[in-house]
Design a binder for this molecule. Structure first.
Ligand code: 5GP
Length: 159
C-alpha cells in the first residue's frame, strides 16, 4: 500500500506557535520527512505497522483516509479502532485546526461501520484517549468504537 503521504504531524510543526519551546533538530527532521514504507522509526507506531500490513490485524473498514480494525483486547463485544491513514498525529492534543475534517472522517467512519454492521440503532460509544490520565498507550491518534451490549458508565473509577 502506498503511504507516501504518511507524515508525522504534531503541534510543534506550526511555526506560528513560536511561544513553544524550540524543536530539537531530530524532531524537526522527523516532522518534515515522510515516514518510510518499511521499518519502524522513532515516529512510527504499532498502528503504522498495521497500516502497512507488516503485522496482522482484523481490518473491518477502509476508505481513502481511514482504516478500521478490531482491537486486540476488546473491551466490549464490538471494539474497533479507527485511525488516519496518511498522517501520524500522536495525541488528540496535537491536532491542528486544519485537521478538523480528519477527525470528522474518523467519526463518520465509525458511524458508517455501525450502520453497516447493524448496531447503530442499539447505540454505541466512541472514545479518544489522550495521554496518561486517559490511559493512552499507542501514540497514534485513534478513535475507539465500542458496542454490542449496554456499556455502563465511564469516567473516574468507582463512579
Ligand atoms: P489507547 O489505550 O492508546 O487508547 O488504545 C490502544 C488500543 O490498542 C488498546 O485498546 C489496545 O488493546 C490496542 N492494541 C494494542 N496493541 C494492538 C495490536 O497489536 N493490535 C490491535 N489490533 N490492537 C492493539
Amino acid at each position: 500500500m502506498a503511504l507516501a503521504g504518511f507524515v508525522c504531524s504534531t503541534r510543534h510543526r506550526d511555526s506560528r506557535r513560536s511561544h513553544k519551546a524550540p524543536m530539537s533538530p531530530a524532531r524537526h527532521y522527523a516532522s518534515t520527512h515522510p515516514i518510510p514504507d518499511r521499518a519502524m522509526t522513532q515516529n512510527d507506531t504499532l498502528f503504522g505497522k498495521i497500516l502497512r500490513r507488516e503485522i496482522p490485524a482484523t481490518i473491518v473498514y477502509e476508505d481513502d483516509e481511514v482504516l478500521g480494525f478490531k482491537d486486540i483486547a476488546p473491551q466490549a463485544p464490538v471494539h474497533v479502532l479507527f485511525i488516519p491513514k496518511h498522517v501520524l498525529i500522536p495525541t488528540m492534543d496535537d491536532l491542528l485546526p486544519e485537521q478538523a475534517a480528519l477527525v470528522g472522517k474518523l467519526v463518520l467512519a465509525a458511524a458508517e461501520y455501525a450502520r453497516r454492521e447493524g448496531f447503530a440503532q442499539e447505540g454505541y460509544r466512541v472514545v479518544i484517549n489522550c495521554r496518561e490520565h486517559a490511559g493512552q498507550t499507542v501514540f497514534h491518534l485513534h478513535l475507539h468504537l465500542l458496542a454490542g451490549a449496554p456499556l455502563g458508565h465511564f469516567g473516574v473509577p468507582g463512579r
